[in-house]
Design a protein around this ligand. Structure first.
Ligand SMILES: [Zn+2]
Length: 499
């Protein structure tokens, strides 16, 4: 394999070389489950899903670990606001998150560790840091001492003197007094009597956010990971702190490669709850095929920001998402093409010497090469467009009078669709199911009633059978005026919404 990835640690695109060349050990920071997955999550986990698929499709074994943060102050806050028990709230959103990831076509990670079941591992790591002089106990809290780790700042490319200024401005008084250096961060936070927490060697409390990822990744993947991923916003402080904790404890390199994906932006600002420009994946599932959301996430390079547009009516209600709608048309085109290929009558497919078009024969390879190059999904999609066009031409040619398609070209095309599914997770659903769903949603959006359309079609068929062609044409024209296009075929009349 010759995968090259941009490594945040070295600021270079370099060959991805796991310690064991046949087995990649990958850890990706998962969500904090206090709400539904938003589009930023959708983007992040689609990116790492494509990475894992690509490595596996090319023969590498991958152990993919993606955690669930089910113990966190955000969960505590949301639970208090809604009068829920924090563990129950986290469990509910963890289930919802898992469901949303499936709908987006993301594979399950091999291990999905939760903080609530890894407290012992966290205790052990914190104790190791305290024993090694890298952490100190202060009034029930335990802090990591950044000054004890000389490489602190190597991932985010900043040094401690800069951070001293930045952090001291943000510090709240209580914690400032407990810390030796303003950039020191909590490994363990004291909980008040009766509050949510666990009994630890340092008293009742809860883990700080960063320590969980060091403890859980090293438990499941060993001291040195091959790749650690997450959103760009995690570089500092989260990933910087993970490096400090892990490397201070083990004395070994924590991760060979660090991969970070860009934000989903709205009007050039990061999508965030506090800015009010926030959409959950679920908000969109009712409007758009989840696979179109997945497709849209691949239209921009994973490291670049992805800007989201929508249209509003006069009252300020969201009326549409043009980019998702375009992505859905492209996804429908994938399935329509696949359906045409699968539906070629056997007598139209012949053994001959006609070579397959390069766009068909070479698609699986160009797809792989695009992803080898720092997971370049926009190029992969451009190659896909050429592939689909060529497959449609092949089908056109086969269906002409006395037309034929070469068996080798058909087989290459089938292999192309298998590669598309394996590498990008696109085109995996039964075509008729997804196309019907897209059609019916499109009809509903135009205020059309599918049952009424079916009835009109039945009337038209009756009219045709009794040779009343004027009436049959009238019904066809009436439907066409509503944007309904009829498709007459050997098995009856189907319909679609015209673009
Ligand atoms: Zn993490």
């Amino acid at each position: 394999m010759s995968v090259r990835l941009y490594n945040t640690l070295t600021s270079h695109k370099e060959p991805f070389e796991p310690a064991d060349p046949d087995h990649a050990r990958i850890y990706v920071c998962g969500p904090t489950v206090y709400d539904y997955a938003h589009l930023g999550h959708a983007r992040c986990y689609v990116v790492y899903d494509v990475l894992v698929r690509h490595l596996r499709a090319n023969g590498m074994k991958v152990t993919y670990v993606r955690n669930v943060t089910d113990v966190d102050d955000k969960i505590l806050k949301r639970a208090a606001e809604t009068g829920t028990e924090p563990t129950a709230l986290a469990a509910r959103f963890a289930d919802a998150y898992s469901e949303d990831m499936h709908r987006l076509g993301n594979l399950d990670p091999d291990v999905e560790p939760r903080v609530s079941t890894h407290l012992e591992d966290i205790f052990a790591l914190v104790q190791r840091l305290v024993d090694g002089g890298h952490a100190y106990v202060s009034d029930g809290d335990v802090y990591f001492s950044v000054e004890s780790f000389s490489d602190y700042g190597k991932l985010s490319h900043r040094d401690l003197t800069q951070m001293k200024l930045g952090a001291s401005e943000r510090l709240d008084e209580t914690h400032a007094a407990r810390k030796r250096h303003p950039a020191d961060f909590a490994l363990w936070k004291k909980s008040e009597e009766g509050a949510w927490g666990w009994d630890s060697p340092w008293g009742r409390g809860r883990p700080g956010w960063h320590i969980e990822c060091s403890a859980m990744s090293m438990k499941h993947l060993g001291d040195t990971l091959d790749l650690h991923g997450g959103g760009l916003d995690l570089v500092f402080p989260h990933h910087e702190n993970e490096i400090a904790q892990s490397e201070a404890a083990t004395g070994k390199l924590f991760s060979r490669c660090w991969m970070h994906n860009g934000f989903v932006e709205v009007d050039k600002e990061k999508m965030s709850k506090s800015l009010g420009n926030f959409f959950t994946a679920r908000d969109l599932f009712d409007r758009i095929e989840p696979e179109a959301i997945r497709y849209f996430m691949m239209t921009v390079h994973y490291r670049a920001p992805l800007s989201l547009d929508w249209t509003l009516d006069d009252a300020g209600n969201v009326t549409g998402f043009p980019q998702f709608e375009e992505a859905e048309r492209r996804v429908a085109y994938v399935y329509k093409t696949k359906q045409r290929l699968e539906g070629l009558p056997p007598n139209r497919v012949v053994d001959n010497d006609v070579p397959a078009q390069a766009e068909i024969a070479g698609f699986a390879d160009t797809l792989r090469e695009s992803l080898d190059d720092d997971l370049n999904m926009p190029v992969a999609l451009a190659k896909l467009a050429e592939f689909l066009k060529a497959v449609n031409e092949l089908c056109d040619q086969a269906m002409r009078k006395k037309g034929k398609a070469a068996r080798s070209a058909v087989e290459h095309a089938q292999r192309g669709f298998r590669a598309l599914e394996a590498e990008l997770g696109v085109g995996a659903e039964p075509a008729d199911v997804i196309l019907l769903r897209i059609r019916d949603r499109g009809a509903k959006a135009r205020g059309l009633d599918g049952t009424a359309i079916e009835q009109q079609i039945a009337h038209r068929t009756e009219a045709r059978n009794s040779k009343d062609f004027a009436e049959a044409d009238r019904i066809r024209d009436e439907l066409a005026a509503q944007g309904v296009e009829l498709l007459d075929g050997p098995e009856g009349t189907g319909w679609t919404i015209s673009d």
